[in-house]
Write a protein that binds this ligand. Structure first.
Ligand code: NAD
Length: 482
């Protein structure tokens, strides 16, 4: 191990940045050929049938349950994941979504009848959910299977043809996703296109009926800009700085364990990880003692440090630790420059304008901000962009109510972290800078459906109220009815 004083290096060691695999067709041709093929399939009506949707979902489930070894191998190569973590982080999470969709998609697809106002009598109204058409799913590298196959569930359940574009920064996973999709799913309707920025831009230039993008807010802006050229609607699943607030009457042992657990998952490279902690000064000292003891215990299985995806991310994280952040490094701070490992690092009270408190960290670094009260914690969160998640550790129900009311975040978990993401009964998505739109469960289905309003009426009686001549008597009746 070297200490954090080691200069950031530009040596091409550690996990290399990947060149997109060379497809048979060029980066421009492949998207166009693929999208044309999928559009033709959609036009046949094949993907609309409930039987087709069920078959695809069933195949996806079989794939997840049969191909654990291949998935774990790819995740090990890309992210140094323990084999067991492949199941909990990418397979089980996606499987929850597939099973929920298989159980419920027929119900979600059902016509939704509504009573209409008296003024429209004798009309009847209903909402028809129709598949949007050919849609695009662009994934991130940190949970490469979950973030591509998870959105695919909603898109297939809703009866769409789908192009999946995995992240080029997790190349083994990208290749495995392509191989598995081709082995298990209807390849005339579901295609995986591999590649980086150029391929993604070429895909977006084709125009889609919807695009669900998972990635950073910075790239999200570029996706939205490219999508606007063809008026492709977007769902943006972005990131941000998700805080964990620890109040004076929190269970500090549990808070410490759950916060460190959430930060260690995937080495902190998780969109809803605890980005930083805000702790009440009244319990700062005992909380820090418990936190540091937990860090020591939980990092024993990786004594050399936490692996990060590639040298670019490693250098970025190293710069955050080495910067003049004004805080005190109370744990970690060491790195392994050869293997791109970063020790779980805790920084106490960095200055408010330091990069580590301004940027999404996305790595195993945990800043701690000390405040005087819950009001101070809520004010702190409110000064920044709206986070993707917010966590509250408190035994006080009034605190729970206050945070639910006063903290605007994509989702909130009280006395734990990450759990909202595992529940298809809840929509998952950001707000403001952390994203727009949502998916998971029925929300994924609706994201990839058009909710078509249909009014059916009869030709008799044909009351002439709306037709000329527009007399005063008619106007009086219309005023009463409308
Ligand atoms: P990223 O924004 O760098 O890339 C995501 C995808 O966009 C990749 O497939 C990439 O090929 C493509 N891309 C990158 N630049 C592009 C461009 N200029 N034009 C077109 N396409 C482009 O994100 P990342 O580094 O893979 O993931 C990390 C970020 O994603 C973090 O901010 C994290 O919080 C966020 N994230 C959000 C969620 C969520 O569900 N909300 C989940 C995981 C990660």
């Amino acid at each position: 191990m070297t200490t954090s004083t080691a200069p950031a290096t530009t040596r091409p060691i550690g996990r290399p940045l990947m060149d997109p695999p060379a497809p048979d067709l060029s980066a421009q041709e492949l998207p166009s050929v693929t999208v044309t093929r999928l559009r033709e399939t959609f036009a046949t009506g094949r993907t609309r049938s409930l039987a087709w949707r069920e078959r695809q979902l069933q195949q996806l489930l079989t794939m997840l349950e049969t191909e654990e070894a291949a998935i774990a191998k790819a995740l090990g190569e890309d992210l140094d994941r323990f084999p067991g973590a492949a199941w909990s982080a990418d397979i089980a999470t996606t499987r929850i979504e597939v099973r929920d969709a298989l159980k419920n998609f027929r119900k979600w697809a059902r016509r939704e009848r509504h009573l209409l106002p008296f003024s429209t009598w004798p009309s009847r109204g209903f909402i028809e959910r129709e598949p949007l058409g050919t849609v695009l799913v662009i994934g991130a590298w940190n949970f490469p299977f979950y973030l591509t196959l998870g959105p695919l569930v909603g898109a297939l359940a809703a009866g769409n043809a789908v192009v999946v574009k995995p992240s080029e920064l997790a190349p083994a996973s990208s290749r495995t996703i392509k191989d598995l999709v081709e082995k298990y799913l209807d390849t005339d309707a579901v295609a995986v296109v591999e590649g980086g920025v150029e391929v993604t831009q070429a895909l977006l230039a084709q125009g889609f009926d919807h695009c669900l993008f998972t990635g950073s807010p910075q790239t999200g802006k570029k996706i939205m800009e490219a999508a606007s050229a063809t008026l492709t609607p977007v769902t943006l699943e972005l990131g941000g700085k998700s805080p964990a607030i620890v109040t004076a009457d929190a269970d500090l042992d549990v808070a410490a364990r759950r916060i460190v657990w959430s930060k260690l998952a995937n080495s902190g490279q998780t969109c809803i990880t605890t980005d930083y902690v805000i702790v009440d000064r009244a319990v700062q000292k005992p909380f820090l003692e418990k936190l540091l003891a937990t860090v020591t215990a939980f990092t024993e299985e990786r004594p050399d440090g936490q692996p990060v995806i590639n040298r670019r991310q490693y250098d970025r994280l190293l710069a955050l630790i080495q910067a003049d952040h004004g805080g005190q490094v109370i744990a970690g701070g060491t790195v392994d420059d050869e293997r791109c490992l970063i020790d779980f690092t805790v920084i106490l009270d960095p200055s408010p304008d330091s990069a580590v408190l301004a940027e999404e960290i996305f790595g195993p670094i945990l800043p701690i901000v000390t405040v005087e009260s819950l009001d101070g914690a809520i004010a702190h969160v409110g000064r920044g962009p709206k986070p993707l998640a917010a966590y509250l550790f408190s035994g006080n129900r009034n605190d729970h109510a206050r945070v639910v009311r006063d903290v605007s975040a994509g989702g909130i978990v009280i006395n734990h972290a990450l759990l909202h993401c595992l529940s298809p009964q809840l929509p998952f998505g950001g707000v403001g800078n952390s994203g727009m739109g949502s998916y998971h469960g029925k929300w994924g289905f609706d994201t990839f459906s058009h909710l078509k309003s249909v009014v059916r009426t009869w030709t008799r009686p044909d009351i002439p109220l709306l037709y000329p001549p527009h007399t005063e008597a008619k106007a009086r009746i219309i005023r009463k009815v409308l």
